[in-house]
Write a new protein. Structure first.
Length: 242
C-alpha cells in the first residue's frame, strides 16, 4: 500500500478492512483489501462520490476496485456504482426489481426528495445496471492472501433486498447496510419489511458473533450489544414477538 488508511481517507476497522463516512447523508462505504482483489461495500450517492471512493481505494492499494457489494437499493448507497466499470457487482437476489422503469423512477424521485440535484440523479439512475451476481443465500469471495469476504442475503428488513458482508478476522467485521444505524433511528420507508427486520438483525449477530465489529450504514462502528439492543427496540417498535 502506498499510503496509510487515514492518509487516503479511510478509517481502519481491522487488518485489511476499513470504511469511510461520506458527507451530507453520513453514508458509510467499506473497503476490504486482499492480495489479489479489492472489495468496495456500497458506492455512495452519485457519480462524483463514487469517483471519490474509487480514487481513495486506488490511493491506498495502488489497484482498482475489483468487486462491489451493494447492501440495498437506496440512492445514497447505490448511485455511485457507475464509477466502478469493470468491477464484479453483487446484490441481494431480487434487487434488480428496484432497477425496472418504475423502480428507477422511484429511486430518482427519492434522491431528489432528499436533496440530490435532479440532473445528477437522472444521469446516475440512467447509468445503473443490475448487479451481475444475485446473492440468494451466501457467497464467498476469495480476495487473495487468505482474505475472504462472505456476502449474505439477510433480508428482508430495511428493504426487501438487504445484503450484509462479513469479513472474518480478529476481530471480524460485519458491514450491515442500513439494517443498523448509529447516528439516528433506523429508517423504515415504504419498501421496508418491519415484521422481518428483527430476524435480519438476528442473522447479522449469528454471522459476526459477540466479538465482531459491526459497521452501520450510517454512524460510528458499534459492537454486538448495540446491534442486539437495536434489534429489541425495532421488535418493540414494530410489535414483533420473538
Amino acid at each position: 500500500m502506498t499510503v496509510t488508511w487515514e492518509e487516503s481517507g479511510w478509517e481502519r476497522v481491522a487488518a485489511g478492512v476499513g470504511r469511510c463516512r461520506l458527507p451530507v447523508w453520513d453514508c458509510t462505504a467499506g473497503l476490504v483489501v486482499g492480495a489479489d482483489g479489492v472489495l468496495l461495500v456500497d458506492a455512495g450517492s452519485g457519480p462524483r462520490e463514487g469517483a471519490r471512493l474509487r480514487d481513495r481505494a486506488r490511493a491506498l492499494t495502488g489497484r482498482r476496485v475489483t468487486h462491489l457489494a451493494l447492501t440495498h437499493p437506496h440512492f445514497d448507497h447505490l448511485l455511485g456504482a457507475s464509477a466502478f466499470a469493470g468491477a464484479e457487482v453483487f446484490g441481494a437476489a431480487g434487487m434488480e426489481t428496484a432497477l425496472t422503469a418504475r423502480g428507477r423512477a422511484e429511486l430518482r424521485a427519492d434522491a431528489v426528495r432528499h436533496g440530490l440535484d435532479a440532473r445528477v440523479a437522472e444521469e446516475a439512475v440512467d447509468a445503473l445496471v443490475p448487479p451481475r451476481h444475485a446473492v440468494s443465500g451466501e457467497w464467498t469471495l476469495e480476495l487473495g492472501g487468505g482474505r475472504r469476504a462472505l456476502l449474505a442475503n439477510v433480508g428482508p428488513g430495511h428493504t426487501a433486498h438487504d445484503l450484509a458482508v462479513l469479513v472474518p478476522g480478529d476481530p471480524g467485521v460485519v458491514f450491515c447496510g442500513d439494517l443498523v444505524e448509529e447516528s439516528g433511528e433506523p429508517q423504515a420507508g415504504p419498501d421496508a419489511v418491519p415484521s422481518r427486520w428483527p430476524a435480519a438483525l438476528d442473522r447479522l449477530l449469528e454471522l459476526g458473533g459477540d466479538d465482531a465489529r459491526y459497521v452501520p450504514g450510517h454512524g460510528a462502528v458499534v459492537d454486538a450489544a448495540f446491534v442486539r439492543a437495536q434489534r429489541d427496540a425495532l421488535a418493540a417498535r414494530f410489535g414483533v414477538s420473538d
